[in-house]
Design a protein around this ligand. Structure first.
Ligand SMILES: Cc1ncc(COP(=O)(O)O)c(C=O)c1O
Length: 448
């Protein structure tokens, strides 16, 4: 089936009658911990389009949280899945060998920065990839109980990763104790600095000084730090790129004090930011890189790539049943093919620049937009009550998402008051123009 669309088409105000029925049944059944942004019940997906059960067609600028980077049901990914299920299904790769994992691993480990021997472990999700990273770092660092994370970072919701997830208290409330040894440092958001009154480089210096002059002198002996975990661009924490100097200094500290750097590219990976991996912007070779989301375009996938030494540990120290079965890994191989053939990093960089330029034009019309930032097609649009005080305008942000949705544009929120704009990387310029037109209208209505 194909969705024939050149722009969103709302035939009945969502949620329509069929969607309402599903939502009612869902509400009685599914865990109430799911947050839900909009009353969308998809029936069909293709390219950048989602058709709901009532026939409305939406333009998907959320990509299922940065997952369908090559577009919904990319024909090459669909073909790869169909071909492999005619030959192979699950066997398990702790007890036996899966040659497709070797083919993929050889390819991915070459793509991850770092001219040294690397190994790979296959999890099924972002949080599983992070668990592998944390366990590997800890296993190799006896006598070093601490791992540093940054606030507000997001790394997952299992008991290891959630120790470093600090986007919202709701993710943490009632769950403590998590994994021990997590130390939290403010992320240097140069737009809204955690140290009040500071901006730009001063904010970066303040955080660095907090680490070296305070944390490492009074709280945590740096020689007892096993590693740190950081997103090169905060995803759920508001789409905030880490300042270059900050990342370089973290790298220096990791060398000076002898700890590992875990770079969490679960959201930024696979061409999203205009590079294959966002860490390439910083020229840093990660000791460990955690990946998931876009890797298999929506199939459960969470590879963890590391310096070989880190994934050289005792048999049984870490394994799973389902990691990267033949269906998932075939889809993942097809995703790499599409990224290369369609030059998606370059495309994301070019379209991202255009998109941000168009969004900055909206800033001239709407003083409620305080900031437009990001890299490639990972863009944050910050809503404020006042550009001077930068007070977050969460209510307006939420209303804009709602109004955009009513007009057929799917956009997610991030952080306290930002839009998270992450369309499939295969969009065309014209789709960006449609999105900007809808956003403009949505903001006008939302603030009226
Ligand atoms: C940077 C980052 N790390 C880890 C995760 C956890 O991934 P998952 O939801 O697949 O467990 C996410 C999810 O949004 C993420 O954005």
């Amino acid at each position: 089936m194909t969705i024939n669309a050149s722009r969103p088409r709302i035939v009945i105000e969502p949620p329509g009658p069929k969607a309402r029925e599903w939502i009612e049944r869902d509400k009685k059944l599914l865990s109430t911990s799911l947050t839900r942004t909009a009353p969308l019940v998809p029936e069909e997906t293709e390219y950048i389009w989602i058709k709901d059960v009532d026939g409305n067609i939406y333009m998907d600028f959320g990509s299922g949280i940065a997952v369908v980077n090559v577009g919904h049901r990319h024909p090459k990914v669909v073909k790869a899945i169909k071909e492999v299920v005619d030959e192979l299904d699950h066997t398990n790769s702790c007890d036996f060998y899966n040659y497709l994992q070797v083919i993929y691993g050889e390819r991915l480990t070459r793509l991850v920065p770092g001219n040294f021997h690397k190994r790979i472990f296959y999890g099924n999700s972002g949080t599983e990839s992070v668990e592998c990273a944390l366990k590997a770092v800890r296993w190799h660092s006896p006598g070093k109980p601490y791992i540093i994370g940054f606030v507000p970072g997001f790394h997952g919701r299992t008991f290891g990763s959630v120790a470093f997830t600090t986007t919202k208290l709701t993710a943490r409330r009632r769950f403590f104790p998590f994994m021990g040894g997590a130390v939290h440092v403010p992320f240097p958001n140069t737009y809204r600095c955690p140290f009040k009154g500071l901006e730009g480089d001063d904010c970066v210096e303040a955080v660095l000084s907090y680490m070296e002059d305070f944390l490492f002198k009074h709280v945590v002996p740096p020689d007892e730090v096993a590693g740190l975990i950081i997103e090169p661009i905060l995803g759920a924490g508001g789409i905030v790129p880490a300042p270059e100097r900050f990342m370089r200094e973290l790298k220096r500290m990791s060398k000076d004090y002898g700890f590992y750097m875990i770079i969490d590219e679960v959201q930024t990976g696979f061409a999203r930011t205009g590079k294959m991996f966002a860490i390439e912007y910083y020229g840093i070779e990660p000791d460990v890189m955690t990946l998931a989301k876009a890797g298999a375009n929506g199939l459960p996938f969470g590879p963890c790539v590391a310096r070989a030494e880190l994934l050289e540990w005792d048999p049984d120290a870490h394994e799973n049943t389902l990691g990267a079965n033949p269906v998932v890994i075939s889809a993942a191989l097809a995703v790499l093919d599409v990224i290369e053939e369609e030059k998606l990093p370059e495309r994301a960089a070019e379209l991202g620049d255009y998109f941000m330029r168009r969004l900055r034009e909206l800033m001239d019309k709407h003083e409620e937009i305080g900031d437009v930032r990001g890299k490639g097609l990972m863009i944050g649009v910050e809503f404020v009550k006042d550009r001077e005080t930068k007070a977050p305008n969460k209510e307006l942000r939420n209303k804009v998402i709602e109004e955009a949705f009513k007009r057929g544009l799917i956009i997610l929120g991030s952080g306290t008051s930002a839009l998270r704009i992450q369309p499939p990387l295969v969009i065309k310029k014209g789709h960006i123009d449609i999105a900007v037109e809808i956003l403009d209208e949505a903001i006008k209505v939302a603030k009226s």
